[in-house]
Design a binder for this molecule. Structure first.
Ligand SMILES: [Fe+2]
Ligand SMILES: [Fe+2]
Length: 543
């Protein structure tokens, strides 16, 4: 029997919109609402130009056929930029615009390869493996959703076995089973959170469900004399989010369980794992190549630094053996309305070409792992596959590896979990104490829940038969990006890292009051477990 949620239907309807957001290059799509269109090219173009340029009736589908759509829209809008009055795009003008020379790419900044005489990492052999997230095949029907949520519940329930189970009492009950007990009886259940509310008396009430039924669990607001334990429990209850799996112990009271303990799947406390070789790993994300705000000069300095061309922290540069880049490698196209105005390269292939130009200049002895993010041109729904061949064109280099999002890598014996971090938006919103200024706190909450997207729905995920976003293996390093702000912490022996960005503050971030940390590279020395920050905003003459 499947999980008995009335929620399946709601979740199905909600997410079926997202599953449709599988995308092909050139296919117009608005990622804000995940809609694609199957209307004719002419209708689609008219729609994209609506309110800005009127499409003349003499333009036919055949006139537009075979043209890279986003580039064409950018060219048309560029042509009319600054013009007043009625803007009409007729056939003659369309042909003229089609013939226009490609928009000039920004002047490239040289990041020369220089001989790197003192790079100890060169003499150390790399040891790595990659485990991509399973390609999920799904029809996105109700049965798939039921299977998906069941898998989430079953897998996460396993984490409450053994030692952790001991604190829950001798027996974990299935939810339907607790109804047979009298008031006052202590029970323990594991369930998925259907909802959480604050009652008018200020108590927290969560509905937990499993395959057999659902039950309401009350977390009583502590009285002043309630003591520390009561307030810790209540504080924990305020951090419960919908769709996560947790365990509670408590006493039966009529239709409720009055909780006295709450547990998340969590990771055990361990000592930080180190390597024998004195090497370093550099973590980057959110490069946003193609954005007008991409800090190309600073990124070029980073590449020069890897090549030994900058004296600042040259010692550290020589130790870098691995680089992990967790998503938003390019700025993309059509990610949000009017993005074209903020692009210096309005062509997705050219954005990747510039990125690979940089990658090409990274010394061969450094292994680089590239994951996609929500701005990259692969399927938006997670797990995202590695960058596809059509984006790579002929780019191929033995030390550059393409990984899924999330992606699991073992680098020199250390388990590294890379995830772009799109779910951090919903976590920051849902959990008190989490904020964009300290992404490491939200990331610790993710690890505690053993799930990369505990809150279902805000960022699209593929509801396959298995839940690929469960953190089944405990990572030594968990790396994310997406929030454009550096952060790090040790959580139970796992190094948590958010690697900020290489893009200046966007107008959107200004509006929301976010403070990004561009071009501050985090480098981790794996023998000494020392984390350093290298600032590539430093003055040019520091070279
Ligand atoms: Fe980003
Ligand atoms: Fe992102």
């Amino acid at each position: 029997m499947g999980i008995t949620r009335g929620t399946i239907r709601i979740r199905y309807i909600f997410t079926s919109v997202h599953i449709s957001s599988w995308r092909r290059i050139g296919e117009p799509m608005d990622r804000e609402n995940g809609k694609t269109s199957d209307s004719s090219p002419r209708t689609e173009l008219a729609k994209r130009l609506a309110g800005k340029v009127t499409l003349s009736s003499d333009v036919s589908d055949a006139d537009i056929a075979g043209i890279e759509f986003e580039t064409l829209v950018a060219k048309i809008l560029g042509h009319f930029e600054g013009t007043e009055g009625f803007r009409l795009l007729d056939k003659a003008l369309l042909f003229q615009i089609k013939e226009m020379k490609e928009e000039k790419s920004p002047d490239r900044i040289e990041s020369p390869k220089v001989p790197q005489e003192a790079a100890p990492a060169k003499d150390i052999e790399s040891r790595f493996s990659i485990r991509n997230a399973d390609e999920m095949q799904t029809k996105g029907d109700v049965a798939d959703f039921t299977a998906y949520f069941n898998d989430r519940l079953e897998k996460l329930r396993e984490f409450f076995g053994n030692a952790r189970g001991a604190s829950l009492g001798s027996m974990l009950n299935r939810i339907e089973g607790v109804r047979q007990y009298a008031n006052g009886r202590e029970v323990s259940v594991v369930g998925m959170v259907y909802d959480k509310i604050v009652t008018k008396n200020g108590h927290v009430m969560a509905t937990l469900e499993d395959e057999t039924g659902s039950v309401k669990v009350l977390f009583i607001r502590p009285q002043k004399e309630g003591g520390r334990e009561a307030s810790v429990l209540f504080d924990s209850a305020t951090r419960i989010v919908t769709d996560e799996v947790l365990a509670v112990r408590g006493k039966i009271s009529g239709p409720f369980i009055i909780a006295n303990l709450i547990l998340w799947p969590d990771v055990p406390i361990r000592l930080r794992k180190t390597t024998e070789d004195d090497i370093a790993m550099a973590f980057i994300s959110d490069i946003h190549v193609g954005s007008k705000l991409f800090r190309e000069r600073q990124f070029s300095r980073f590449i020069s630094w890897l090549n030994g061309g900058i004296s600042h922290r040259k010692d550290l540069a020589g130790k870098v053996k691995y680089i992990v880049a967790s998503g938003d490698l390019v700025d993309g196209i059509g990610v949000y309305p009017n993005q074209d105005k903020e692009l210096s390269i309005p062509d997705i292939y050219k954005q990747y070409a510039v990125l690979f130009d940089f990658m090409d200049k990274i010394p061969d002895h450094i292994e680089v792992f590239l994951l996609p993010g929500n701005h990259d041109a692969v399927r938006l729904a997670e797990p995202q596959p590695p960058l596809t061949d059509d984006l790579l064109h002929d780019f191929k280099k033995d030390n550059i590896h393409f990984v899924s999002n999330p992606g699991f890598m073992t680098l020199h014996g250390l388990k590294v979990l890379g995830y772009h971090g799109t779910s951090l938006d919903s976590i920051i919103q849902a959990i008190p104490g989490c904020s964009y200024s300290k992404p490491e706190i939200a990331m610790a909450e993710v690890l505690k829940r053993r799930h990369l997207t505990p809150v279902y729905g805000d960022n699209p995920i593929v509801p396959g038969k298995k839940d690929p976003l469960i953190i089944s293996e405990i990572p030594d390093i968990m790396h994310m990006g997406h929030v454009h702000r550096n952060g790090n912490a040790d959580y139970h022996g796992t190094l948590i890292l958010n690697s900020g960005t290489w893009q200046s503050k966007t107008p959107y971030q200004v509006k929301l009051g976010h403070m990004p940390t561009p071009a501050l590279l985090q480098v981790y020395e794996t023998k000494s477990a020392r984390l350093s920050e290298v600032d590539f905003n430093f003055a040019e003459d520091a070279q």
